[in-house]
Write a protein that binds this ligand. Sequence first.
Ligand SMILES: Cc1cc2c(cc1C)N(C[C@H](O)[C@H](O)[C@H](O)COP(=O)(O)O)c1[nH]c(=O)[nH]c(=O)c1N2
Length: 234
Amino acid sequence: MAKLDLAAECDALAEAGAFSSDERAAVYRAIQTRRDVRSQFLPTPLPDDLVQRLLNAAHSAPSVGFMQPWNFILVRKPETRARVAQAFARANAEAAAMFEDERQAAYLRLKLEGIEQAPLSICVTCDPTRGGRVILGRTHNLRMDAYSTVCAVQNLWLAARAEGVGVGWVSIFHEDEVKACLGIPTHVQIIAWLCVGFVDRLYTEPELALKGWRQRLPLEELVFEEGWQGEGGR
Ligand SMILES: Cc1cc2c(cc1C)N(C[C@H](O)[C@H](O)[C@H](O)COP(=O)(O)O)c1[nH]c(=O)[nH]c(=O)c1N2
């Protein structure tokens, strides 16, 4: 097919299903300006209807076999958040010890959670028993339940960006300690601890990049046509 014909056909196909250009721009803007937030949270409580919209966005995520293995535990009590912050602090000290010299000093300068600062935390869990023993699409890789739950987290994160709400994902803790704080059953997995709240500003780039920890990799180094032989890590 000639190049022009192909372009015209693509335009026609896109017109049938695509968003308007403003809508498209809004989606890409949410994706590109979403940030992980740690220290910019304001104490202002989030309105219930806004929280409900975020949860609806999360619950609209794809899931393996339509399993919907997630639960969303809304944690507002300062005492609970303080206990989880302590679990973070213990694990963060262990994490720091895993880095050496300058890298350790740089790690210790980073702020990696906003558990007590953000007015709301959402603990996103994954129940591997949801929907029965055999789940369509999960028959050969049991981790698909966790991957589905991560899709829900990302939906919530993007919706929050569009609402002007900051979200910070905290993963530095021993899962059992946080499960004990919330009384989560043993068979249920914690996928994400999300700190959620209005923010006074959002960084334009990932905070870890701005603070010199690690830079974004060039996309062209990560995309290959088939026949890729693999490459060492960076
Ligand atoms: C699974 C997972 C787990 C974590 C994170 C993310 C994800 C996807 N991130 C946030 C992470 O550092 C951040 O996404 C990157 O640095 C890129 O920045 P932006 O999200 O683009 O702002 C994160 N950040 C942090 O300060 N403490 C943490 O424990 C974690 N844990």
